[in-house]
Design a protein. Structure first.
Length: 202
């Protein structure tokens, strides 16, 4: 990841953090407007949230480690695990100090607990899936733009589902994305195994 990309991600993260701070005063209004939607859509959107849960993130990390754990590729194998662990640690630490309660709509789901800011599913989803896309992109340069696009769309859908399902306030999701972008921008590497790259077809 070159410096321009790092700076862009850091600026985007800072912008999202500022927007999250500004929107905290409008959270209740925004969430109320979103609740003017068919109840049947809840079950359609609910699976999107799973992309940021431990039921998906931990097996994904294990799969990446199993595939990439070989001489010269260890850093790539460890990157998604590091992104998952660090993003979860940052989210839980911030939650501990901020103590922002979740929306009252949280009663609709028994799978969520604790404080709301930042949205850990949004942060973990962005950090992990971008890290996985970076790892894949380093050994498949031709597909880097494709996998990064898929990861970005997945992260956006995971965060949006948190608000749509009433599990987090909108500002919490924006803050989760902001922390995730800043964290990925600050992480060193990835360091590609040059000999292991998929060669371009001529």
């Amino acid at each position: 990841m070159n410096n321009r990309v790092r700076i862009g991600m850091a600026l985007a993260g800072g912008g999202l953090a500022g927007l999250a701070w500004y929107l905290m005063r409008w959270d209740r209004l925004i969430l109320g407007a979103l609740y003017l939607r068919p109840v049947a859509l809840l079950e359609v959107v609910r699976p999107l949230d799973v992309g940021g849960s431990w039921m998906v993130t931990i097996p994904t990390v294990a799969l990446v480690m199993a595939i990439y754990w070989r001489p010269g590729w260890v850093w790539l194998a460890l990157r998604p695990m590091g992104a998952l662990a660090l993003s979860q640690l940052i989210a839980e630490t911030v939650k501990y100090f901020v103590h922002r309660p979740r929306p009252l709509t949280i009663a609709q789901s028994g799978d969520f607990w604790g404080y709301s800011f930042p949205a850990d599913h949004a942060m973990v989803g962005l950090a992990l899936w971008l890290a996985v896309a970076q790892v894949i992109g380093e050994v498949w340069p031709d597909g880097k733009a494709f996998v990064l696009t898929i990861a970005s769309v997945a992260a956006a859908l995971i965060g949006w589902s948190q608000v749509f399902l009433g599990l987090n306030w909108p500002a919490d999701v924006l803050a989760g994305w902001a922390f995730g972008l800043l964290m990925i921008a600050a992480l060193p590497g990835p360091y590609p195994p040059q000999a292991g790259r998929i060669k371009k077809r001529r």
